[in-house]
Write a protein that binds this ligand. Structure first.
Ligand code: CTP
Length: 403
């Protein structure tokens, strides 16, 4: 979090229900050592009190564009000048529209036109409002002018409906803020290939042999790598959750399809992170027509043949390889054996039973040089950032020529 230390951040809050989450953003920024000037729009004042923010930031909260200036404070001019970053969270549809049009009849509008600092928007609104061409056009206008956008995410919205429009989590917004203040992410310019989800090994046109992987870990890694400035290719088996924005998505089904996609993408990649649960075996025959049961048939014999090991087979000098080991027994021994057998730079070892399909994971990183880093139980997105930061360090070491 040190990138934010002593930085001046304007946190502008507009009038949506996610305004309450802006208090957490303010708190995280303050904890990271930033000086936070909160600006509330008229709409935000309907949802949340200035006192909430002044108690967190220990600074005055601003909302009135006509508030008198003082000797050392010239309203929007001072706020805009001293800002290293302006965060608009939540950015409602109305605020996005106002900013795109350059309306400056409130304090946020004045600051947005006056500042030379980067602007980070965290949109939050109902699904249809977000998808409306007007909103999309306004967001496009703002990004064309250099604004950064984080989210929105899919999930439960204030109306109770599910859709795209939830504000990104405060920790994700603060991480993005950190990258913007630093000027570049820790994987800026790097090409990263991430695999996610489980493979489906076809039996016939309607059946497959599969596993319980949700894709969540790989998607979280792809999202973290995008946030750290990498060009990300996400190769994913079928997943019920929406893929992260900002990555090139390659959808595959079987292990053989995943192998072909990884070989192609890894050709000019700097980092390969295999979070996918690849089936080790596939049915020897994939029947062209649906397998029918015979009258009185009690058994179906299935012969499975070995799939190639994708991680072990993709090797290129200059490629950082990170794998996963989800085990039920002797976790670290098995993980260490896989680290060496597959020629990896790092393996993420975790307990299969508590990880697959879950939101959280407990992990230990084993490095090729013997170093070990154990993490407590973390949300997968937090763990994903740790993996991406480790990847960035491994890549930097490789480029320096460290042994
Ligand atoms: N992996 C792979 N190709 C395979 C199987 C696994 O690239 N055919 C990758 C996974 O994505 C993961 C790592 O290898 O990053 C470990 O996978 P895992 O299935 O746990 O290990 P296996 O080597 O298959 O060993 P076992 O099933 O015996 O535990």
């Amino acid at each position: 979090m040190c990138a934010l230390e002593e930085k001046s951040i304007v946190l502008a809050v507009s009038g949506g229900i996610a305004a309450y989450k802006a208090a957490t953003i303010a708190s995280l920024l303050v904890q990271a050592g930033a000086h936070v000037d909160v600006v509330l729009t008229a709409g935000a004042l309907q949802f949340i009190q200035p006192l909430t923010f002044s108690a967190i930031t220990h600074r005055p909260v601003h909302s009135d564009p006509f508030a008198p200036w003082a000797a050392d404070f010239s309203g929007h001019v001072t706020l805009a000048d001293r800002a290293d970053l302006v965060i608009v969270a939540p950015a409602t549809a109305a605020t996005v529209a106002r900013l795109a049009l350059g309306l400056s009849d409130d304090l946020l509008g004045l600051i947005a036109l006056s500042t030379r600092a980067p602007i980070l928007l965290a949109p939050a609104m109902e699904d249809r409002m977000y998808r409306h061409p007007t909103t999309q056009q306004h967001l496009q206008t703002l990004t064309d002018r250099g604004a950064a956008v984080v989210g929105p995410e899919s999930g439960r919205l204030a109306s109770g409906a599910k859709g795209l429009g939830r504000m990104s989590e405060p920790a994700d917004i603060v991480r993005r803020a950190q990258v913007l203040v630093q000027g570049a992410g820790r994987l800026a310019g790097a090409r990263v290939v991430v695999t996610a989800g489980g493979t489906r090994e076809p039996l016939d046109p309607v059946r497959y042999v599969g596993n319980r992987s949700s894709g969540r870990m790989g998607f979280a890694i792809a999202k973290a790598a995008v946030a750290e400035g990498a060009a990300v290719t996400l190769i994913s088996g079928p997943s019920a959750i929406p893929p992260p924005a900002g990555a090139i998505i390659v959808s595959v089904e079987s292990a053989l399809e995943m192998l072909a996609a990884v070989e192609e993408a890894a050709r000019d990649a700097d980092v390969l992170i295999m979070a996918a649960a690849v089936a080790d075996f596939r049915p020897e025959t994939s029947h062209a027509s649906k397998i029918k049961k015979e009258h009185g048939q009690d058994y179906l014999d299935l012969r499975l043949v070995r799939n190639p090991d994708i991680l072990a087979s993709v090797n290129r000098p200059g490629l950082v390889k990170i794998g996963f080991a989800a085990e039920t027994d002797n976790l670290l021994e098995h993980a260490s054996a896989k680290l060496h057998a597959k020629g990896l730079d790092m393996i993420v070892a975790n307990d299969a039973a508590s990880t697959i399909g879950a939101d959280h994971s407990t992990a230990t990183f084993l490095m090729a040089d013997g170093a070990v880093r154990a993490f407590p139980r973390l949300p997968k997105q937090e763990l994903a950032f740790e993996i991406v930061l480790a990847a960035a360090e491994l890549l930097a070491a490789l480029r320096r020529g460290d042994s």
